[in-house]
Design a protein. Structure first.
Ligand code: BJW
Ligand code: ZN
Length: 260
């Protein structure tokens, strides 16, 4: 049975809570909307612009090859912005549930590290499909390293460099046209295929292969619960679609039953 609710009231949230209660395995797929209420801008829609650029124009290998200073300036700005943000009630509820419940895993498209910041237990750490704002990767030797430094994008010469070989470093982020880390994607696909419920939170579901994960759950006979402010390409196939802010709906959905 498919259920759509304009808010958290009524039977749809109860239906979704029942699906989650009965599920042995749950995979959660999050997108930029889960971090919007922490102050991290989403990619698309109002507020999705940086200066006069769209994210799609900067998050590409071609943009980096053409103008690494401009692309690093954008990532440096985002790093600083995200460093001032903290996990909201949705990140916290997801992390607490993942810490307490076996078979509950978080997969995120976000590079902001807020699911990691909310995680108290290793089982609450997310799979990060699109990389991290707080890692760099060498353009020559591919060495990765954690990096939360302020980016000096004054000129090409001041940009982050690889500590191992001295070549220019790039953000360790999956740009358009680049393949996702095969092991990370494989694990995410296995989680989605084996899940009784895929809970999708705050993604426009436009970017693949991430957007296809919910279909893997559905095709294997599982249910899809979507939380978003607006409809997405996943809505028509969702078992339950809940409309409203993630920071309200996620904690409400995951709160223990009163009798427990
Ligand atoms: C709220 C809320 C609140 C707001 N509460 N909700 C199959 C078909 C078509 C194309 C392709 C395909 N397979 C691959 C492609 C090509 C491409 C792609 O998908 N293109 C489409 C856009 C058409 N994919 C790729 O290139 C991927 N690579 C790949 O597949 O390699 C092999 C290959 C290549 C080429 C062809 C075929 C195969 C790589 C994709 C990497 C994406 N990287 C980015 C940028 C880097 C990260 C960064 O710099 O930060 O990742 S793009 C950007 O979009 C970012 C995000 O992770 C990603 C998803 O965005 P998200 O999270 O959904 O955010 P928004 O802003 O779009 O949506 C926010 C949502 O929240 C909205 O719905 C709001 O309503 C909601 N919301 N506030 C609840 N408070
Ligand atoms: Zn190197």
């Amino acid at each position: 049975m498919r259920d759509v609710a304009a808010d958290a009231s009524g039977h749809s949230i109860d239906h979704a809570r029942g699906l989650l209660r009965d599920a042995g395995r749950v995979v959660v797929l999050t997108g930029a909307g889960v971090s919007a209420e922490s102050g991290v801008p989403t990619f698309r829609g109002a507020g999705g612009l940086w200066k006069e650029y769209r994210a799609e124009e900067l998050a590409t290998p071609e943009a980096f090859a053409r103008d690494p200073r401009l692309v690093w300036e954008w990532y440096g700005w985002r790093r600083r912005l995200v460093q001032q943000c903290t996990p909201n009630a949705a990140h916290i509820a997801l992390a607490e549930t993942a810490a307490q419940r076996d078979g509950f895993r978080i997969v995120t498209q976000n590079v902001d590290g807020l699911h990691v910041a909310a995680a108290r237990a290793p089982s609450a750490r997310p799979l990060e499909l699109h990389g991290s704002l707080f890692r760099t990767r060498c353009t020559r030797c591919s060495e990765r390293r954690a990096d939360d430094d302020v980016v000096d994008a004054t000129s090409r010469e001041t940009l982050p460099r690889c500590a191992a070989c001295g070549a220019m470093a790039r953000p360790d982020i999956v740009w358009f046209g680049e393949s996702l880390d095969a092991r990370v994607l494989d694990e995410a696909m296995q989680l989605a295929s084996g899940a009784n419920v895929c809970l999708v939170v705050g993604t426009s579901a436009l970017v693949h292969p991430a957007a296809g994960l919910a279909d893997l759950t559905r095709r294997a006979g599982g249910a899809v619960i979507e939380i978003n402010l607006a409809d997405t390409p996943l809505t028509s196939g969702a078992t339950v679609a809940l409309r409203g802010p993630a920071s309200v709906l996620v904690p409400e959905l995951l709160a223990p039953d009163p009798a427990e």
